[in-house]
Structures are given as structure tokens and as C-alpha cells.
Design a protein around this ligand. Structure first.
Ligand SMILES: O=C(O)CCC(=O)C(=O)O
Ligand SMILES: [Fe+2]
Length: 210
């Protein structure tokens, strides 16, 4: 697939791997028992990883039922179930570091990887919580690596009653939504009219969570 991502000038290494976590992870508690962790520029070699994934992942478009008609999902998708081989060893390394860092708190490993390709500013994800599986009734975590063009991830309390929070996710950043975030908050990546290159989002989730 043709992608026109202009890589950063500072990230010319081909050494594609995540950095350490530990004290580099910054936690922000949200209301209702939710929190988010941010680790800026976690994925080293993010330019090279972007190009590898853009070229090698079997991206596909989906259509979903919306009330009584079918609509195009406004992004390309590829899902790696727990038994699937991930499309790049850097993702195995990322999953393994996340599993070490969050093991005690999460109580089970991250197992699946959902990949999304936002081709430009018209691609988006609407307000939702990842509420299939454990996230509907219990605390869980969803860990997201963002590479490519920076996009905003918005968060708001479910059912209203609070300000919308905005996190600008940059090239290589890690964001983890935890605690009650999937059931007490919603998240979205809104469309933007700004000229915007492509972005890839990699989401690691525990078994059954979607
Ligand atoms: O693009 C992102 O980072 C968020 C994607 C998302 O929320 C989802 O796939 O459930
Ligand atoms: Fe989500």
C-alpha cells in the first residue's frame, strides 16, 4: 500500500525496538477509577517500523451495521489473535516488555494485537469503550503504540458529566488505558481537516477484550 509518511529527521536508525518502561511511564489518574499511562517516544526506529507495517500487514477495509444500514469503517484494520505470529519482532518485544511491566497490576498477559491504519485525517474512530470481554464489568488495560502522523486521542466520562481530555499521540508514543477506563470512560480519535499523513495504532489487549 502506498503511504506518504514523512519520517522524523531525528529517527534515522533502523534499530527498531521499544525502550525501557519503569520510571519513564507517567500515570494520570482520571475520575471513576480510570487512569492513563503515557510513555513518550517508546518505540525506537518508529520510522522504519511504520514502513514495515504499512507494507507487510494484510490491511483490510470493513463494513459494519449501523442501525438499518451498512457503513464503511473509516480506517483499515488487521487483527492478530493470540496464536497468530505478529507482523514484526518489535511488536513481540513490545508485548513482552508490557507484560513484565504490568503483570502484577493486570493479573494476566496482553495477548492480542489490533492494528489500525488511519490513512489520513478523514479516518477516525468514533466514541466507544473496548467493552467486549473483561472491560465491560471489570478493570482491564488496553496498551496503544502510536506511530506515524500525530493524532489526538480524546477521552470523556461515559454518560457525560465531565470535560473531554485530549492526548496528542506522537510518533512512537505508548498510551495505556487502565483501571475502569473501558467501562467508565469513552475514547475516540476524531477526524481532522488538517493535512495529515497516515498513522498506525497498535493495541495490545488481554484475552477476550475488544
Ligand atoms: O487509534 C487508536 O489508537 C485507538 C483505537 C481504538 O480505540 C480501538 O481500536 O478500540
Ligand atoms: Fe478503543
Amino acid at each position: 500500500m502506498e503511504t506518504l509518511f514523512q519520517g522524523s529527521l531525528l529517527d534515522w536508525g533502523d534499530d527498531i525496538r521499544p525502550g525501557p518502561l519503569g520510571a519513564t511511564v507517567h500515570r494520570t489518574p482520571l475520575a471513576h477509577g480510570a487512569w492513563i499511562d503515557i510513555r513518550p517516544a517508546w518505540m525506537g526506529g518508529a520510522d522504519a517500523l511504520f514502513h514495515r507495517l504499512a507494507d507487510s500487514v494484510p490491511w483490510h477495509a470493513e463494513r459494519r451495521q449501523m442501525y438499518d444500514h451498512m457503513v464503511d469503517v473509516p480506517r483499515l484494520l488487521s487483527f492478530y489473535a493470540e496464536e497468530d505470529t505478529l507482523p514484526d519482532p518489535a511488536l513481540d518485544a513490545a508485548k513482552s516488555l508490557l507484560n513484565t511491566h504490568y503483570a502484577a497490576e493486570l493479573g494476566e498477559p496482553f495477548r492480542t494485537a489490533g492494528l489500525c491504519l488511519y490513512r489520513d485525517g478523514r479516518d477516525s474512530v468514533a466514541w466507544h469503550g473496548d467493552r467486549i470481554g473483561r472491560g465491560r464489568t471489570e478493570d482491564t488495560m488496553v496498551a496503544i503504540i502510536s506511530i506515524g502522523a500525530p493524532r489526538s486521542l480524546l477521552l470523556r466520562p461515559r454518560g457525560g458529566g465531565g470535560p473531554t481530555l485530549r492526548h496528542d499521540l506522537g510518533h512512537g508514543d505508548l498510551l495505556v488505558m487502565g483501571g475502569s477506563c473501558q467501562r467508565t470512560w469513552e475514547h475516540a480519535v476524531p477526524k481532522t481537516t488538517r493535512a495529515m499523513g497516515p498513522r498506525i495504532s497498535i493495541q495490545f489487549r488481554p484475552r477476550g477484550v475488544r
